[in-house]
Ligand binder design. Structure first.
Ligand SMILES: [Zn+2]
Length: 462
């Protein structure tokens, strides 16, 4: 049976295709879960149209792709607000280690709801806190993503270097090396979908050099390649991390990652703030990707990543909100703006990034680093129908000349319609599949319960 169609027309369109094609007024036809056509002017006459959307006053873009996040932090927002990364981690690890399954589920619902309402159509969660005896946390997170309706990559994280091994996290927050690898493999077997239109994928994601053993890094790379899934971690985030790697391994972070099999076109790393020219060249040579997290880097005073230099070298770069304990807003569209603004404070000044490049980072760049650029990240015939219709005709944006500048530089634009896989997840700035007020109540309750348990200093279970 032929697929039913949705027609969207009379809107500005920024396709973010290879030539940055834009239409001042154009149309998109969606057939089933795919984009059937995109072009200028009204839509061609087609059959089986179940919905026709008048996009007058709107900009249509590819859905935003978030390339780095930690959902669980949704219920520890607003803590340790004046700390650098290491002090912030030391303050928060003991709280995070007391999370249980209902808390993780609620936090995932909150993170996903906030992002989806703001135009994110593909989300990822780097989850690396698996305290013993806390149930199926990965299953809870994947279930929350399915409820919200967004496309999702779970980066199954791990930590095995506790304080007694010279690491940063407390011993009770880490897993054994073999236990972490076995649980990661089981998660891949159970949940990773290789289909073109996959809604759930898994990546292998040990947390960072200062919370993970060299052996876990090496064996994680072997596992991911044996299974054909991607690799993700934090890299070169702070000066302290660089010092840690030099003292312990005699290498800077990028050289250390290379020595453990961690550079390659199947790898992307969050942050990459402290990269010298040879580090950037190594990422470009190997096709290693970067998730740039400008708000988190500023909040933790980590520094300014050299995004313009990375792009000039050909490094794939996407955008991430990072965990909401270091970026309380949890919205990706503010990262478009912050990526542009913060990079202009670097060496290249006003030529560092423009609005179109910022939009590309948050769409196609994210798709690239998640390994899904053939399927999502731009509005092109044959790709999956992950699309956002931004309302730009109200007080906030109506007098801004250029719709892409309005989206990137202006206030957060309301989302009139967001489609994921051809299915509506946002209508008129409200989520269609979950009750956001109920999610807000649930997350407040779980945040309070976690604060109580952490203050008492006892594990969540037993
Ligand atoms: Zn992070």
């Amino acid at each position: 049976m032929a697929a039913s169609r949705i027609v969207i027309e009379n809107c500005a369109i920024a396709t973010v295709d290879a030539r940055d094609t834009e239409y001042a007024s154009g149309h998109v036809v969606v057939a089933g879960n795919r984009i059937e056509s995109v072009g200028p002017g009204p839509a061609p006459a087609v059959e089986r149209v179940v919905r026709r959307v008048d996009g007058t006053g709107h900009l249509l873009t590819p859905g935003l792709v978030n390339a780095h996040h930690h959902f669980y932090q949704w219920i520890t927002r607003g803590l340790a607000t004046d700390h650098n990364l290491f002090d912030w981690l030391v303050a928060l690890y003991p709280v995070w280690a007391r999370m249980d399954e209902p808390m993780v589920r609620a936090a995932a619902r909150g993170s996903l709801a906030m992002m989806a309402r703001g135009g994110v159509t593909t989300a990822m969660d780097h989850h690396y806190v698996y305290p013993r005896g806390t149930g199926d946390l990965s299953g809870a997170i994947i279930g929350a993503a399915a409820e919200t309706g967004v496309r999702f990559t779970l980066a199954r994280g791990s930590m095995d270097r506790g304080t007694s091994d010279g690491g940063l996290p407390p011993d009770f927050a880490v897993e054994s090396l073999d236990g972490a690898l076995a649980a990661t493999e089981e998660t891949i077997d159970r949940h990773h979908d290789t289909a073109f239109d996959a809604m759930t994928q898994i990546a292998v994601a040990p947390c960072s050099p200062f919370s993970v053993s060299t052996e876990l890094l090496r064996r994680s790379a072997e596992l991911a390649r044996r299974k054909g899934v991607r690799l993700h971690t934090h890299g070169s985030e702070t000066v302290e991390e660089e010092q840690f790697c030099k003292e312990l391994f005699g290498l800077g972070p990028t050289d250390y990652f290379e020595s453990t099999g961690w550079l390659g076109s199947d790898v992307w790393m969050a942050h990459c703030v402290h990269m010298n020219d040879s580090d950037i060249a190594a990422f470009a040579r190997t096709g290693t990707g970067v998730a740039h997290c400008p708000s988190s880097n500023a909040r933790l005073a980590a520094g300014i990543a050299r995004v313009p230099d990375m792009l000039a070298a050909g490094v794939p770069v996407g955008l991430g909100v990072d965990g909401t304990a270091s970026n309380e807003s949890g919205e990706l569209h503010t990262e478009l703006r912050n990526a542009l603004l913060i990079n202009r404070l670097g060496e290249r000044g006003e030529s560092a990034l423009n609005a179109r490049q910022a939009l590309r980072l948050g769409t196609y760049g994210g798709a690239q680093v998640l390994g899904r650029a053939d399927q999502i990240g731009s509005v092109e015939a044959g790709k999956l129908a992950d699309l956002v219709l931004w309302k730009l005709d109200t007080l906030a944006h109506a007098s801004i000349a250029d719709p892409v500048a309005a989206l990137v530089l202006g206030a957060a634009a309301p989302v009139t319609l967001s489609l994921v896989n051809g299915v509506s997840v946002v209508e008129d700035n409200r989520l269609t599949r979950v009750d956001e007020d109920a999610v807000a109540r649930e997350t407040r309750g779980e945040a309070r319960r976690l604060a109580r348990i952490a203050a008492e200093g006892r594990p969540a279970k037993g």
